[in-house]
Design a protein around this ligand. Structure first.
Ligand code: G3H
Length: 478
């Protein structure tokens, strides 16, 4: 296994005893980008044992000291932002500027979590018994927030740094130990990130990193008896995990089919700008990407005529050159997107821009006159293809939104505040953005999916709350 990136257990970088390694691919070339350890189930056991032991002492470490450690991590992330970003360019073809800003955003997230944690977790409740009928004031209930234990953090390929620290930082701040299983595409960004936790001087065993094949260690990790919480972001695998996991809190975000409702009175310049960015940034590989435009028939022609040149103007190319559209994560992902395009074409959709593909690189594609019989009306392409359905008023748009099994975010463009509130109230989705494209950030905002889009809520404060449990101590007075 020599030459391969090591895994991290109990404060040490190690090679797997089985000698097996695993490669990830550069999406631009489909050639090996990096090699990592293919850890065994035995090594997973050792990692959990180390995490479990370290957590006991960490739970007793003062909150202000935990915060100091996270501030050190945030500082190191700022100092080492470029090499981490370079990994992302190579492993996940994220445009270099976006990769760098992801690391900086993530350092801010870690620092903010430390700030929020000292306050939110430092405040506990005291209840008195006399407010409940039949009681006198003879019982005092001290309600404390105590750590869960070991948190298994599984981020997705598209934000291997930000969606790693959005799980790790609140877990640690709340007094838990962490086992990080990075996505294979994005694993080495996770390795670099872990090295910064090491450098920051966290106690051995508190933060651990395991790499390996999902087929060999995936279920073993998620069903491990030492797991006390699973924080997962990804696709429908999360649903399978939730069915198998037993009696542990789940924080899951599983993708979206975010609709953009454009009403007849919308500011179309604003809507077009947001649809472009929302639909095509990082080539549509964001769970919060605009994945379906529901345009009022009255303005659809005008909206489309504005969008077409904007989409055609997107730069297609390499992440190193900061192209807007870069190769999607894998060949199988590109083929899946192509399948959606072909289905729409066969069923009569209008391609406003030509569908073109070279390897994993797919040119930005705008598809008009989509109807609910087409797969792309419901499925999440996770690529640079954006369907438009023309609707008669906002009612059918709301109905489509609510009929989807995915319900992460959505947005509505209108200049009428009453209509904005009416539509957003009626949209049964985790977040509704008024007059802007869906987005998770700023990272302290709550973030949650309804239905198959997830369970539990994220965002810094909500994540801190997800990573603790309630412990009551009742003082019984004479
Ligand atoms: O891909 C899923 C992310 O949670 C989306 O985050 O809105 O910051 O791109 P973003």
């Amino acid at each position: 296994a020599s030459g391969a990136y090591k895994y991290y257990c109990n404060g040490q970088w190690l090679e797997t005893s089985c000698g097996k390694t695993l490669n990830n691919q550069n999406p631009c070339t489909n050639q090996t980008a990096y090699t990592m350890q293919a850890c065994t189930q035995g090594e997973v056991n050792q990692i959990f044992a180390a995490a479990k032991a370290a957590q006991k002492a960490w739970a007793r470490t003062p909150l202000c000291k935990r915060a100091e450690a996270l501030h050190r991590v945030a500082q190191l992330m700022r100092e080492h932002a470029q090499p981490i970003a370079d990994c992302m360019v190579k492993e996940i073809a994220k445009p270099s500027k976006d990769a760098l800003s992801e690391v900086v955003r993530s350092a801010d997230l870690v620092a903010y979590t430390a700030e929020e944690g000292v306050r939110a977790l430092g405040e506990n409740r005291l209840l008195t018994s006399d407010s409940f009928p039949g009681n006198t004031r003879n019982k005092l209930c001290m309600v404390a927030k105590v750590p869960l234990g070991v948190v298994l953090c599984i981020p997705p390929f598209n934000y291997p740094v930000n969606l790693a620290v959005s799980k790790i930082a609140p877990a640690l701040m709340a007094g838990n130990a962490v086992v990080l299983k990075p996505p294979t595409q994005g694993a080495i960004a996770g390795v670099h990130l872990t090295q910064l936790f090491h450098k920051a001087g966290l106690p051995a065993g508190l933060m651990n990193l395991v790499t390996g094949k999902g087929s060999e260690i995936g279920d073993f990790l998620t069903q491990h008896p030492s797991v006390n919480c699973i924080s997962f972001t990804g696709g429908s695998t999360g649903i399978a995990i939730s069915k198998k996991a037993s009696m542990v809190p789940l924080q899951m975000e599983l993708g979206g089919k975010d609709v953009c409702i454009v009403c007849s009175d919308a500011d179309l310049t604003l809507a077009a700008k947001h649809i472009l960015k929302g639909g095509f940034s990082y080539s549509g590989q964001r769970c919060t990407a605009v994945k379906l435009v529901l345009a009022d028939k009255k303005i659809a022609d005008q909206l489309v005529s504005m969008l077409v040149p904007m989409v055609q103007g997107l730069k297609v190319g390499r992440p190193e050159d900061n192209a807007d559209i870069t190769p999607v994560i894998s060949e199988s992902s590109a083929s899946f997107i192509e399948g959606l395009a072909q289905d729409a074409k066969q069923k009569g959709a209008t391609f406003l821009t030509e569908y073109k593909r070279e390897g994993n690189l797919i040119w930005p594609t705008l598809v008009d006159n989509v109807n609910p019989n087409m797969r792309i009306a419901w499925e999440e392409p996770f690529g640079p293809i954006l369907p438009i359905i023309r609707v008669d008023g906002h009612e059918p748009a709301i109905q489509h939104c609510n009929a989807s099994s995915l319900a992460l975010q959505g947005c509505v463009f209108t200049q009428d505040i009453n209509r904005a509130i009416e539509v957003s109230d009626a949209m049964e989705t985790g977040t509704v953005q008024i007059n802007a494209a869906p987005a998770r950030g700023p990272d302290h905002f709550p973030f949650q999916g309804f239905r198959d889009s997830g369970i539990g809520s994220q965002g810094i404060k909500n994540s801190l709350e997800m990573m603790v449990k309630t412990k009551s101590t009742v003082i019984n007075l004479p």
